[in-house]
Design a protein around this ligand. Structure first.
Ligand code: DQA
Length: 147
């Protein structure tokens, strides 16, 4: 099983960025934890981050051509604005779990809107960075159920 973990704008600043909301763990530490978790689960993971919407679209297309089995996706603020990301997920049909570190439903009104949600199999919001690992578990479960 092969998956991508995609992170959108400003998530490279984890640890520095509003620690009261996003915690004190750095992006590098999070990636290390995700890679260790995936290795122990016996799955191949590629973690990618960009501050640019089109680059995130390109990552999804790349995953499609590589034949990946799932995406764990925190699009950051593009969650609330991007039809292009929704269309990329719909076009490629890669099973995707939407992840947010903070509880987006308990924040500003505009964060309650997710353009990508209709193309996702699940959403995990407000579980901190543990949400990324929970999303991997969901993709694993989906893969096992498909066998
Ligand atoms: C976020 C929530 C978004 O509203 C915000 O723009 C982010 C991070 C989260 O992980 O909680 O950049 O996706």
């Amino acid at each position: 099983m092969k998956i991508y973990v995609l992170n959108g704008p400003n998530l490279n600043l984890l640890g520095v960025r509003e620690p009261g909301i996003y915690g004190s763990e750095s992006y590098a530490d999070l990636i290390q934890r995700i890679e260790a978790y995936a290795e122990q689960a016996g799955i191949s993971v590629k973690c990618l981050q960009s501050n640019h919407e089109g680059a995130l679209v390109d990552f999804i297309h790349e995953g499609f051509y590589e034949g990946i089995d799932g995406i764990v996706f925190n699009p950051g603020a593009y969650t609330h604005t991007s039809i292009a990301l929704l269309d990329a997920l719909k076009a490629t049909k890669i099973p995707c779990v939407e992840v947010h570190i903070s509880d987006v439903d308990a924040r500003e009104e505009f964060r309650k809107i997710s353009y990508i949600r209709p193309a996702c199999i699940a959403t995990i919001s407000g579980h901190g960075t543990a949400g990324y690992l929970e999303a991997i578990d969901l993709l694993l479960k989906k893969e096992e159920n498909a066998k």
